[in-house]
Design a protein around this ligand. Structure first.
Ligand SMILES: [Zn+2]
Ligand SMILES: [Zn+2]
Length: 234
């Protein structure tokens, strides 16, 4: 997922668009190389530090209950569709759309499509990662607190659980998206299929396969592209 939000780049490679030799996803061949590449990026540091902080807060708040389990299951169920909505309607927002003109949303993603191997636009820039983490916190609280009220429970625990799961999902997205653009070949059939779908999105039809870590959104919302069709030039 990429978002610009007109924020200044402060990632490891310096100036926007600049990439050093060996700093491209298509140079990466193994999972450990990918992990080292990701660990050098500001977005990974933001996501990892926020995830660890939320884990510590959640542990301090006390044991998990049924509501936490409900939150985790619900978050996993909607994550694929949420990812689809962000990719389809924000990152691929028309250039004349308000979010694109005023917030710069989609600009980085267009750069990512122009050069998929460039890490600066493949991975979130550090400020964009912080914005995502903050927005996910607002969404998590907005869902979990009213849900807790319905069952007469305090909202802090489920809200923290929901935020933690959302931040982990964001980290998962960054990891899978990075690997999908490297020479690494996923071992699992599910992730191999997702990586293949993402390449179709980039190289065949950018109106198909908006899901990166899940294809649920594409299946539900009609943006699948059949393998036979995808193999034809287009
Ligand atoms: Zn991509
Ligand atoms: Zn795209």
């Amino acid at each position: 997922m990429e978002v610009s939000c007109d924020l200044v780049d402060d990632t490891a490679t310096g100036a926007p668009g600049a990439t050093r030799r060996g700093e491209r996803a298509d140079d990466v061949r193994t999972r450990s190389e990918a992990l080292r590449t990701l660990a050098r990026r500001g977005s990974a540091r933001v996501i990892a530090s926020c995830g660890l902080a939320l884990l510590a807060v959640r542990a301090a708040l006390g044991g998990a209950g049924v509501l936490d389990a409900v939150i985790v299951v619900a978050a996993l169920a909607v994550a694929g569709v949420g990812e689809w909505v962000v990719h389809r309607h924000l990152f691929h927002a028309p250039e004349q759309a308000w979010v694109a003109r005023r917030l710069g949303v989609g600009r980085e993603h267009r750069r990512h499509h122009a050069d998929p191997g460039a890490l600066d636009t493949l991975l979130l820039r550090t400020p964009a990662a912080a914005v995502f983490v903050a927005v996910l916190g607002v969404v998590a609280a907005g869902v979990a607190v009213p849900l807790a009220r319905v069952v007469g429970a305090p909202g802090a625990r489920p809200a923290t659980t929901a935020w933690l799961v959302a931040v982990l999902a964001l980290g998962h997205y960054e990891w899978v998206h990075l690997l999908a653009h490297t020479r690494y070949r996923f071992r699992s059939r599910r992730y191999r299929r997702l990586a293949r779908n993402h390449r179709v999105h980039h190289h065949r039809d950018d109106r198909s396969w908006f899901g990166v870590t899940s294809d649920v959104g594409d299946r539900l919302l009609g943006t699948r592209r059949a393998a036979a069709e995808a193999s034809r030039p287009g």
